[in-house]
Design a protein around this ligand. Structure first.
Ligand SMILES: Nc1ncnc2c1ncn2[C@@H]1O[C@H](COP(=O)(O)OP(=O)(O)OP(=O)(O)O)[C@@H](O)[C@H]1O
Length: 605
């Protein structure tokens, strides 16, 4: 556990560590104030037990005569008020420190969540293609929240109480070493014994919660994502019963961890009462039954115990909470470490996009080539692309067709610069695509996927996707919509460009959605348009209309498309047939239809 806490500390930013140091000073100040409050009760009780202490030459007698008060009772009231004053100061300092600690934990948690979100958004395509979104969402939200509330916050409280208990024990040790040693052994020993008993249980419990948590997120994402199928198949019960199981598992796990954290309080109360009886007997023996001498000592111990017992309990509950939730930390640990290592690069990337001048798109003049490209996905044995070579002349329409798994999407991802070839090159006018020039290349390429993602925002914001509203070029949006044959859509809605579409906005048809995807690509001034089965979800008539739109770009733009239905690619200048990650034939539709048997079968000729 210490290892993980140290690791968590190493994940803090420099600023967070500096804040922690300042908090540490505050914590020590708070502990000293608590000790002052406890010690202050001594003189007060000494006078209560034996008024004669105000006579003679002791320091209490000197303080009494210096106070100028006429009666011992008035002096006692003054002492009482002073004790209350010190206790009040200690209480105020404690409130302030607790507030700062809670704020600090919450801020660290929020920063970790932001850090993870940023880290994931900056990951390359390969990372995302192998991850499910619900897993990432669970990490950024639920797991970080668990780490914040159940590890960082308790760790801060543990820290504060450990300092307080240690300093208080030291103070008692200076007063009476035997009482301090026996007290620590009895209370610490009892808690340690209890903690060792439940430790194993807490660990397995924590893991169970993490597992159920990710299951819950998966069920939510799959349930809402596939709602249409569920409604039709009436299989909601299958999801709700599994969701119930996961929720119950979490509730049971959290309840048990909480219960195990609270349980020792009652056992300790018993030990505490026993200790008071033993202490009284010990003091009676020590001071030979002299109550005047016993009272101050007993009050100091009682007040110290009153402060320390909740401290011990807090240390124990913090430890059990941390132990029970370390599994949440383990789930996000690797990503947090990786995000720390990459944070500098991301910072550069962010400042790059925000401060540097707009990137000049790289517009090819002759052709785009994939040359002898080999690619395999991590963790797979088979090659996705095995020596793929193809040429896309500029301002032509080029299609890539082939059976499922033949490597079409992988070829497109390479072309877009989303993945890098293991061997071979992507050449733009003969110049290889590299990390140095990829941003210029991507700035000039428009990608239209099969499923156009609509933001819950206006048409304007959806065309200029992920751009600050104030930075959107409205004229350019209008131009893109016009080129994508979508201006009629604007006429239909009174609010025009401001019409809200997406989840909570007006619904648009599949064809309009696809055109919106095209407009989004055109807004970037793309000169190369890449369609990844962009029309496969459309009905025949809408698909033909969208294809007509795309044909408009022929001669002015380079169009690359993947299509399953061969009717879609009839007008393309070149059709590449892929099989097993390489080109098996190429030509126009008519050429392939006349000579290629596979093509004839695919086209149902
Ligand atoms: N993220 C991935 N991880 C591992 N293997 C992958 C991944 N994506 C694709 N593959 C594999 O790479 C090969 C080529 O896949 P690709 O998606 O490029 O084919 P495709 O022709 O586009 O198929 P489809 O028409 O079904 O989309 C397939 O064997 C596929 O299983």
């Amino acid at each position: 556990m210490l290892k993980q806490l140290r690791e968590l500390y190493s994940l803090l930013t420099k600023q967070q560590r500096r804040q922690l140091l300042r908090l540490q000073i505050l914590i020590i100040g708070m502990a000293l104030a608590q000790i002052a409050g406890v010690v202050a009760i001594g003189p007060f009780m000494a006078v209560v037990g034996d008024m004669s202490k105000l006579q003679g030459d002791g320091w209490l007698a000197m303080a009494y005569s210096a106070s100028g008060l006429q009666s011992p009772r008035a002096f006692l009231s003054l002492l009482g008020a002073m004790v209350l004053g010190v206790l009040l100061m200690a209480a105020l300092l404690s409130i302030y420190t607790s507030w700062r600690l809670a704020l600090y934990s919450a801020r660290v948690g929020a920063e970790l969540s932001s850090r993870l979100y940023r880290y994931y958004l900056y990951q390359p395509w390969l990372f995302h293609s192998n991850y499910n979104t619900s897993g990432l969402t669970a990490k950024v939200s639920a797991e970080v929240q668990r780490v914040t509330i159940k590890i960082i916050n308790p760790a801060m409280e543990l820290n504060a109480k450990l300092v307080m208990v240690s300093l208080m024990t030291l103070a008692i040790f200076l007063y009476n070493p035997l009482v301090a040693i026996v007290g620590v052994v009895v209370f610490f020993g009892t808690y340690l014994l209890l903690y060792q008993t439940v430790r194993r249980f807490l660990i397995s419990n924590g893991k169970r919660i993490s597992k159920a948590q990710s299951k819950r997120f998966k069920l939510m994402s799959e349930g809402f994502g596939g709602i249409k199928d569920l409604l039709l198949l009436h299989r909601q019960e299958n999801f709700t019963s599994r969701f119930d199981d996961a929720c119950n598992s979490i509730a049971r796990g959290e309840g048990v961890t909480q219960g195990l954290s609270d349980a020792p309080r009652y056992a300790i109360e018993l030990v505490a009462f026993g200790s008071v009886i033993v202490l009284v007997l010990y003091l009676l023996n020590l001071y030979d039954g002299n109550l005047g001498a016993i009272l101050p000592a007993l009050s100091i111990y009682a007040l110290a115990g009153f402060k320390m017992l909740p401290g011990f309990q807090k240390i124990y509950t913090s430890l059990t909470k941390i132990r029970g939730n370390l599994a949440a930390y383990n789930v996000i640990r690797d990503d947090l470490i990786a995000s720390r290592d990459e944070s500098k690069n991301s910072a550069v990337a962010v400042s790059d996009t925000q401060t540097s001048a707009p990137i000049t798109p790289w517009v090819p003049q002759q052709d785009i080539k994939l040359e002898d490209v080999v690619f395999d996905y991590p963790g797979t044995r088979a090659l996705a692309l095995d020596g793929l070579t193809l040429t896309i002349p500029v301002n032509k329409m080029v299609a890539i067709v082939g059976s499922s798994g033949s490597g079409k999407s992988t070829a497109i991802d390479l072309l877009l610069g989303l993945i890098e070839p293991r061997q071979g090159h992507v050449l733009i006018d003969g110049v290889p695509l590299t990390q140095e020039n990829i941003r210029q290349w991507q700035a000039g390429v428009g990608f239209v996927p099969q499923q156009i993602f609509l933001s819950d925002a206006s048409i304007l914001e959806n065309v200029a996707f992920a751009i600050e509203r104030k930075d959107i070029d409205v004229e350019r949006v209008k131009e893109a919509l016009r080129m994508a044959q979508l201006d009629d859509l604007l006429d239909r809605f009174p609010e025009g460009l401001e019409t809200h579409i997406g989840e909570r906005g007006v619904q648009i048809s599949g064809g309009q959605r696809q055109r919106l995807g095209i407009a989004r690509a055109l807004y970037q001034h793309a000169k190369v348009l890449v369609f990844d089965e962009a029309t496969s979800a459309l009905d025949g008539i809408t698909e033909r209309r969208v294809m007509e739109d795309i044909k408009h770009f022929s001669g002015q733009m380079t169009v690359v498309m993947i299509a399953h239905r061969l009717a879609t690619v009839k007008d393309c200048d070149i059709i590449y047939m892929l099989e097993g990650g390489r080109v098996t034939d190429a030509g126009t539709y008519d050429e392939l239809a006349s000579r290629n048997h596979t093509f004839q079968m695919m086209a149902n000729l």
